[in-house]
Write a protein that binds this ligand. Sequence first.
Ligand code: PMP
Length: 417
Amino acid sequence: PTTPALDDLRADFPALDQEVRPGVRLTYLDNAATTLKPWPVIRAVQAFDAEYPANVHRGIHTLSERATEAYESAREKVARFIGAAEVEEVVWTRGTTEAINLIAQSWGRTFLKEGDEIVLSDLEHHANLIPWQMLAKERGVVLRFAEISDDGRLEPEAVERVLSDRTRVVAVTAMSNVLGTVVPLEPIVAMAHDRGAIVVVDGAQGVPHRAIDVGRLPVDFLAFSGHKMCGPTGIGVLYGRRELLEAMPPAWGGGSMVLRVSREGAEWNELPYKFEPGTPPIAQAIGLGAAVDYLSRLDSEAVASHERSLMEYAHRRLAEVGGVRILGPEPEYKGGILGMDVEGVHPHDLAQLLDRHGVAVRAGQHCAMPLHHRLGLPATARASAYLYNTTDDFDRLAEAIADARRLLHDRRPRRPA
Ligand code: PMP
């Protein structure tokens, strides 16, 4: 794989080339929320809708066969992308959230009992917290939290400290969506397995950056979302080791997930269909297949080093602005996410003022309230980069933040002389 020049790559993403208001160009730095879509993804979705919008697995007619072919080949692409041994280990879901709920509701309810422990970390997105809290309430399971360091890193030792003989699950994110922290999964997986616990990885932020290969890193479950990796919304993946998926009951019932049905009961379909009742998000899956093709053509090392150099640039550039505290670790320990606390400016006001400059960032708690409690901040602002961002984008961010600070400072009531 090679990576085209940045200008050529940017030309693949039509949404980049726009003014959010007359004369104000878009600077898109909200990639951790969702990424933009390149032409091949847009065209793949459009081709399905325009040419062969048929249901899958059912019709014995040409369009349905074509739809099924494209839909199942997307599954194969995803399996290869994450290094899964078997295509049947890739279950389509609506996204990371649904994937983790599926694990908790199906595996968790079947195999966990009162007093069993689940280890999470302070970094978790609500998607990797609430489903476990719901299970804990229902089953008397205990949640334990590995603490992060003050600079937002999760050390393997912190996980070790909360492991016990009762640990059955270690569920951690691969990358924090607030601080960008990359979690050292390898030692964590080894420790968990030593204790006989399974490892669930929230890959919503990690997988788009090619951080996980389940062929090399033996995680038990991996959840991620298409829309954070150039694909459509409404499609995501639950990867699970075959043995675990085989042992799990379906979480939902309906058509397609059964082989034989009587009035009294049913026999479940084979993997992965057992977990996929009803008409699936066909166009979205095909779009995700196209996104994976797109990402696979790029040199992942080059993309990672591009994002790292953007973060190094951003850390330097924002230090010049003054009043900007960058949260989380140094660039070498993180992906392309910049959590910020700007002195004297509420994150929501900041996001609004940046939008005047066409700079799109996110403000709030980013579905990670416990992490904000740990940081001692009511909310943060977040700028997040992807493969198409440039140092110019961070120049515009820095200038817009400086402008916001000037504006708010000038507006402060002055004491009469
Ligand atoms: N986990 C992390 C780390 C995330 O960043 C997100 C998305 N913000 C999610 C889970 C949830 O993903 P989705 O909303 O696509 O289900």
